[in-house]
Design a protein around this ligand. Structure first.
Ligand code: AMP
Ligand code: GLY
Length: 427
């Protein structure tokens, strides 16, 4: 079986690592890939947004399965285009990828499906937005409608901040096309957690819970990033509640998308706020999260090709996920300055030494190979991920792995997993 993975992050390195272990896999391509995927697969210099080139490549190499990592190709219709070419692709069609690509669409689907979520207004006019903001008052959350690489959300705690956020969205067009439509949402309090499900159009099979760390600094301080670390399971959503949670936040959306004639196949990721009034959906992603994918795939014991094939063939109801009892935790090493400007081309050393530790993997993201050397080439450089007998042990082992790495001008959070440990009464 020849597989093409699309993307270049730590998630895609983890997908390549996991798929490489499947006996059916004979060739693995990653477009465009990174320094890590170069070591275990063939990197192909095609951008994740170049759908015609991806289809042409998949045809030329007689690829049997395409696995897109990021949201961009999915919202651009890579699954539709591959389908047209007769190539199975594990991800939702564009009509379903809108659940991530448009926050107003996601809100409308949630309301139609009866999924609990923050109350919100959708605005294309500044005057109406101001009137709504004045009526409700801070704190409010202001969201640009479209994809904005995680930057289109402003949590405004004062009326002053609400005004500034609306200025930014409506007047400065800070989010380009993404800001033509703006959502103003009720501010929710609680702990965040992610529930990812394999979906085959009808059936949703939950993976264990995971928790991301979006802010750049310890204690959830500083600007939001793509994610500074993640672990699984998150004690705020224990295994015994996964199925009931999928009934509330995932299966109704699956039913609604099927009812609309566009069934959802792929990974549906619900970003949840666990409030005093129960779970509320903050957002849907239509793919694996990065870095949640790294600890989740280290815990998944099934053959990933088998699970994906069952999704594509509509027989996920015959599959049982086999999950490692141990916890997994990943810490992201970034270039200093990220998510702002940062230097590139820094040598990274110690990767093989870190991987000599049992059940420690270094999933590379913003790296490239230069002969034998690995050089940084992006904001998030890599994610050291470890299994441990419990959350505390996984944390200890991931940081042990990180200790063996060195890169000048780098940074990382030293508190990945702390919220989980606190909830367990261990910190
Ligand atoms: P989103 O991309 O919609 O998940 O928003 C990004 C981040 O903003 C979330 O991970 C939350 O930390 C925060 N956020 C989004 N919506 C809300 C809300 N209604 N109340 C409080 N925080 C929110
Ligand atoms: N880590 C959050 C995301 O992948 O969107």
């Amino acid at each position: 079986m020849r597989i093409l993975i699309i993307g270049s992050g730590g998630r895609e390195h983890a997908l390549a690592w996991k798929l490489k272990q499947c006996p059916a896999v004979t060739e693995l391509f990653v477009a465009p890939g990174n320094g890590g995927t170069a070591g275990i697969a063939v990197n192909v210099p095609i951008k994740d947004s170049d759908i015609p080139a991806l289809v042409a490549f998949a045809r030329e190499k007689a690829v049997d399965l395409v696995v897109p990592g990021p949201e961009l190709p999915l919202t651009l219709g890579v699954t539709d285009a591959m389908k047209e070419a007769g190539i199975p692709c594990f991800g939702p069609v564009a009509a379903c990828a809108r659940l991530e690509g448009s926050k107003s669409f996601a809100k409308e689907v949630m309301q139609a499906a009866g999924v609990p979520t923050a109350a919100a207004g959708v605005f294309t006019s500044r005057v109406d937005a101001d009137a709504f903001a004045a009526e409700h008052g801070a704190p409010l959350v202001i969201k640009a409608d479209g994809l904005a690489a995680g930057k289109g959300v402003i949590v405004a705690m004062t009326d002053e901040e609400v005004r500034a956020a609306l200025d930014l969205m409506f007047e400065d067009h800070a989010f380009g096309d993404a800001a033509g439509t703006v959502l103003i949402e009720e501010f929710l309090r609680g702990e965040e957690v992610s529930l990812l499900c394999f979906c085959d159009g009808r059936t949703a099979l939950p993976l264990p819970s995971a928790q991301d760390h979006k802010a750049v600094f310890d204690g959830d301080k500083g600007p939001n990033t793509g994610g500074m670390g993640a672990y699984s399971p998150a004690p705020v959503l224990p295994d015994e509640r996964l199925d009931a949670m999928a009934d509330i936040v995932t299966r109704p959306v699956l039913a609604e998308m099927a009812r609309r004639g566009t069934p959802f196949t792929g990974i549906l990721y619900a970003g949840l706020m666990m409030t005093e009034d129960g779970p509320k959906v903050l957002e849907y992603n239509v793919r694996f999260g990065d870095p949640e994918c790294q600890p989740l795939l280290m815990r998944l014991k099934n053959d990933l090709v088998d699970v994906i094939t069952a999704c594509l063939e509509g027989r996920l109801d015959t599959v049982k996920l086999d999950i490692e009892d141990r916890s997994a935790l990943g810490v992201v090493l970034t270039s200093a300055g990220y998510p702002g400007a940062y230097p590139k081309g820094m040598p990274v050393s110690g990767i093989s030494s870190a991987e000599e530790l049992d059940d420690v993997r270094v999933f590379q993201a913003g790296t490239r190979r230069d002969g034998e050397r690995i050089l940084s080439s992006g904001g998030r450089v890599l994610c050291v991920t470890a299994l441990g007998r419990d959350l505390r042990d996984a944390q200890k082992r991931a940081y042990e792995g990180l200790d063996r790495l060195s890169m000048e001008h780098s940074q990382f959070r030293s508190d990945i997993g702390l919220k989980g440990l606190k909830r367990l009464g261990l910190a």
